[in-house]
Design a protein around this ligand. Structure first.
Ligand code: GLN
Length: 303
């Protein structure tokens, strides 16, 4: 497969969409990103990485980090987490409060904010320095020591984090958060502030295309756990647009409000695309379109 030609063709096809949608501004530090940015990278399972556009430029990964914190939590304790968080699509915005009361403080899935906050709480319990453990993992899997947190983004999110704080306090009132709210939120905001390129995100996630096996052949997750994460990405990874995204793209994927989307093609490759203009559900407009075009051109959806 000539990945380079493929990526060039995809980029040309979606070029008119770059700059459409809205850059996230509810986290003020994200508002200044150039809306015309676009990058896309593919990491194959032989170690090759291919890219187009700004595929080596770091961006704010935001909710894509939720895939990695879930993987790290399951790798340390594959069972306990699922008592605290469900596995159903929410059908509501990623930061919604409405379901939590009706469902006794147990979030629908690990990829909406409430669910990811619960995952972080478990990772604090299992690893101590949850965000530090996550950073160590990403640096070692990509062999890239320059990956880091963006302190401005983390501080900006903390300063405007009333909604996430509400979710966390609410869950703690139901006994579904073990650590103090400020501790959990500190790690959650820091993990969301991770700054990585498309190349690095794609490389770091190849274990999901390898049924749980890391780049050096060590196993991070059981085959079942890797399947579980991919399944939850397919059904919940793009929030209340997950049904439409599965219809269009047909791949497990996780988006973030920084404009990135990670997608997995089991046994073949991982893809990360980035363009900051978002639709109303918080998914990158050009990014989702690029993945749609990609699976249409290649026939590599999982279906
Ligand atoms: N850090 C963001 C938040 O908590 C992540 C949301 C997202 O990327 N969808 O609001």
């Amino acid at each position: 497969m000539d990945y380079q030609t493929l990526l060039d063709n995809v980029a040309a096809e979606v070029a008119p969409l770059i700059g459409t949608g809205n850059v996230a501004d509810y986290i003020p530090a994200l508002a200044g990103v150039d809306p015309m940015s676009f990058g896309m990278a593919i990491a194959d399972l032989d170690g090759g990485v291919h890219g187009v556009g700004q595929w080596r430029q770091a961006f704010s990964v935001q909710s894509i980090s939720k895939v990695f914190s879930l993987a790290m939590t399951l790798s340390r304790d594959g069972q306990t987490l699922w008592k605290s968080v469900g596995r159903e699509p929410s059908g509501n915005p990623f930061n919604s409060l409405v379901q939590l009361e009706a469902e006794n403080g147990v979030p629908r899935n690990p990829f909406i904010n409430a669910g990811a906050i619960v995952v972080t709480d478990h990772l604090v319990e299992l690893a101590g320095d949850a965000s530090g453990a996550l950073l160590d993992f990403l640096r070692s899997e990509t062999e890239e020591d320059t990956i880091g947190f963006d302190a401005d983004v983390a501080a900006s999110e903390a300063a405007h984090g009333d909604r996430n704080a509400s979710l966390a306090h609410f869950m703690r009132s139901y006994g579904n958060l073990r650590n103090p709210v400020p501790t959990v939120l500190e790690h959650y905001f820091r993990q969301c502030s991770l700054s990585m390129s498309c190349e690095e995100v794609a490389l770091a996630a190849t274990f999901l295309a390898r049924h749980g096996v890391l780049r050096d052949g060590r196993r991070l997750l059981t085959r079942s756990e890797a399947k579980q994460i991919n399944a939850v990405m397919l059904t919940c990874g793009t929030y209340d647009a997950a049904g439409d995204f599965a219809y269009r793209v047909g791949l497990p994927a996780k988006s973030g409000v920084g404009g990135g989307i990670l997608a997995v093609i089991p046994q073949r490759c991982t893809i990360c695309v980035w363009s900051p203009g978002l639709d109303v559900q918080g998914n990158s407009v050009a990014g989702a379109a690029a993945l749609d075009v990609f699976t249409t051109m290649t026939g590599w959806s999982i279906f």
